[in-house]
Design a protein around this ligand. Structure first.
Ligand SMILES: Cc1cc2nc3c(=O)[nH]c(=O)nc-3n(C[C@H](O)[C@H](O)[C@H](O)COP(=O)(O)O)c2cc1C
Length: 217
């Protein structure tokens, strides 16, 4: 067997960067999420805003991919994408999503389940306007998730967008915008020695009430 495959079994390193006191059960999970994100940001964790989002299609097949959290609002988190992409279409027909953040630098993982909805147009307009022009043109050029003949066809679509908007500002495409995920479940995971990790879970009961418990690792 090749060494890099055989080595898969050899990683027995322990987790020892922190612990979760049961007292955090009294915290609002959205505030705790913000606190953890702030810590990941301040510790210069790599891409702390990168999150894996899973969607489920009409045949109950889940799909996962990485996106960037771009807004952290009181009511939830927002990412931007093409509404006609696979994820966009899946969310529009089944808004139940699952999100995962993993911050190796802190040995922390956060699972979030929630309901996604289109974010307000003004928010998307504002964010789109702040993007580099090339990214704006890229949004027009890419029929995200659709099959395309070859790389040349994609580069050609980009050039066409350049010509189309030459000398003008690039408007937000009607098929591109944000999804706001309103959390209904959070799990905060902190790695601990001997695989006895801490897991504190919050299930939403109503607007401002959460059912909280610790889970076995
Ligand atoms: C680090 C990283 C960040 C990404 N951020 C986004 C994003 O914010 N929005 C997006 O639509 N795709 C983003 N992507 C690309 C997606 O992972 C995915 O390939 C694309 O959205 C198409 O997914 P879909 O066909 O399942 O809809 C990112 C990929 C990586 C690796």
């Amino acid at each position: 067997m090749e060494e890099f495959i055989a080595k898969l079994r050899d990683d027995h390193s322990d987790f020892n960067k922190g612990s979760l006191d049961d007292r955090i059960k009294a915290t609002d999970p959205m505030l705790l999420f913000q606190k953890w994100y702030k810590e990941a940001f301040e510790r210069n964790c790599a891409e702390p805003h990168a999150m894996v989002i899973s969607t489920v299609n009409s045949e109950m097949q889940p799909s996962s991919r990485t996106v960037y959290m771009k807004e952290l609002l009181e009511e939830g988190i927002v990412f931007y994408t093409n509404y006609e992409s696979q994820k966009g279409q899946e969310i529009l027909s089944n808004p139940k999503v699952s999100v995962l953040f993993y911050w190796d630098c802190l040995e922390r993982q956060i699972r979030i389940n929630g309901i996604a909805e289109k974010a307000p147009d003004e928010l998307a307009d504002d964010y789109f306007a702040s993007r580099p022009r090339e990214s704006q043109l890229g949004a027009w050029a890419s029929a995200q998730s659709q099959a395309i003949k070859d790389r040349d066809a994609l580069d050609k679509a980009f050039q066409e967008a350049e010509v189309r908007f030459e000398g003008k500002s690039v408007p937000r495409p009607p098929f591109w915008g944000g999804f706001l995920i309103r959390p209904s479940y959070f799990e905060f995971w902190q790695g601990r020695p001997n695989r006895l990790h801490d897991r504190i879970c919050f299930h939403r009961v109503n607007e401002d009430e959460w059912d909280v418990h610790r889970k076995n690792p």
